[in-house]
Design a binder for this molecule. Structure first.
Ligand code: 1HN
Length: 354
């Protein structure tokens, strides 16, 4: 297909360089110099495999708690910033993530934005999130969603600091230049529904008769850890065990069976003690959070030894293997929902083949 290549003379190269400089002034560029970087044979993510130990991050987060109030910060969050994307507030190429702290008695005022958010509750008690006028109390391991453009605020009514992980599709919203936001320190949203109302309606494998989706996001705001954990335990007892994933549950919108929010997907998996997953890779750069147990993961050339509440990243197409030392539960989230809608998501179960 390509013509036999001749090495251009120094003179020819100089002429080309002068040409590129000239057209550059007109905001033009030669595709033939760029194409190999634009259309790669396989994903070349800038994001790198990376691991944060909870104990270290927690210490800094509590320091932040003594330096400024939640009110001053608006949201007191330490951002997980991928070392391959410095200064960009991204944990992967497409997602934001961080840990948020509310000290006893603190509130984070109501606001809304086009970005969708998910939370995994890690530590503390008596913390709530309210979404569009409905409150949900959060317990360890609970997976809570804040669909795009919903008013939301948080509070800690307990006596201990509360910490949760935030995941947002901010980089996706900003890729499309579609960010809008509203709210200020006096914004309040009246509670218009009883607490946990959505759970009565949507969490029990039952649906209100006649219910149809009126949003691209799940009507269920809180997916309880206790319920998911019980299912995983039973699945582990009964099998089958997936060689690449152990036993794994995907969080679903009960009205559609699809992802909980249009851009982000989330899952929870259990690995039995000593279980080692088979090599796997997929195109959705994935953030893992250790909910229970200890173990080790190999992600491309990196090896991570993890414990409870640690966070680590498997970038797009990086071969990954996980080994549980003690019985382990991993929460994970990614932009898979976006990629599936665009028809570009791929996975490979034998990740040693290229
Ligand atoms: C946000 O609104 C929250 O509501 C947390 O708790 C993290 C990161 C970027 C942009 C908005 C929250 C956020 C955020």
């Amino acid at each position: 297909m390509t013509a036999p290549s001749r090495t251009p003379s120094a003179e020819a190269l100089n002429a080309r360089k002068a040409f590129y400089d000239q057209i550059g002034q007109q905001h033009l560029a030669p595709l033939w110099e760029r194409v190999s970087g634009l259309v790669t044979r396989s994903p070349q993510p800038a994001a790198r495999p990376v691991h944060w130990k909870y104990s270290a991050v927690r210490k800094h987060l509590l320091e932040a708690g003594s330096l400024l109030s939640a009110e001053e910060a608006e949201r007191r969050v330490l951002i997980f910033e991928n070392p391959g994307l410095p200064g960009q507030s991204r944990i992967t190429g497409s997602l934001f993530s961080g840990l948020q702290l509310l000290m006893p008695g603190e509130k984070a005022h109501a606001h809304r934005h086009t970005a969708s958010a998910l939370r995994l509750f890690l530590e503390g008690s008596s913390a709530y999130t309210a979404v569009n006028g409905e409150r949900t109390m959060m317990a360890r391991g609970d997976f809570v969603i804040t669909p795009g453009w919903t008013w939301h605020d948080h509070g800690n009514d307990g006596g201990d600091p509360v910490i949760w992980l935030d995941g947002l599709d901010v980089p996706i919203v900003n890729l499309f230049d579609t960010s809008f936001a509203e709210g200020n320190e006096t914004s309040q949203v009246p509670l218009s529904r009883p607490a946990h109302d959505c759970e009565a309606r949507y969490a029990g494998a039952l649906l209100p008769d006649g219910a149809t989706p009126d949003s691209l996001s799940s009507p269920l705001l809180n997916y309880r850890y206790a319920r998911a954990r019980e299912s995983l335990a039973e699945m582990q007892r009964n099998g089958p065990i997936d060689p690449c994933h152990g036993v794994k549950l995907r969080y679903a919108n009960p009205l559609t069976g699809g992802s909980v929010m249009p851009t982000m997907s989330a899952a929870l998996q259990l690995l039995a003690p000593g279980f080692q997953t088979a090599p796997y890779r997929s195109t959705d750069s994935t953030v893992f959070v250790v909910v229970e147990g200890k173990g080790r993961s190999q992600v491309a050339d990196a090896s991570f030894e993890w414990a409870e509440n640690d966070v680590f990243v498997a970038p797009s197409w990086a071969p990954q293997r996980h080994r549980a030392e003690s019985e382990a539960v991993l929460f994970s989230f990614s932009d898979r929902a976006s990629q599936e809608k665009l028809g570009i998501w791929r996975e490979r179960r034998d990740a040693t083949a290229s």
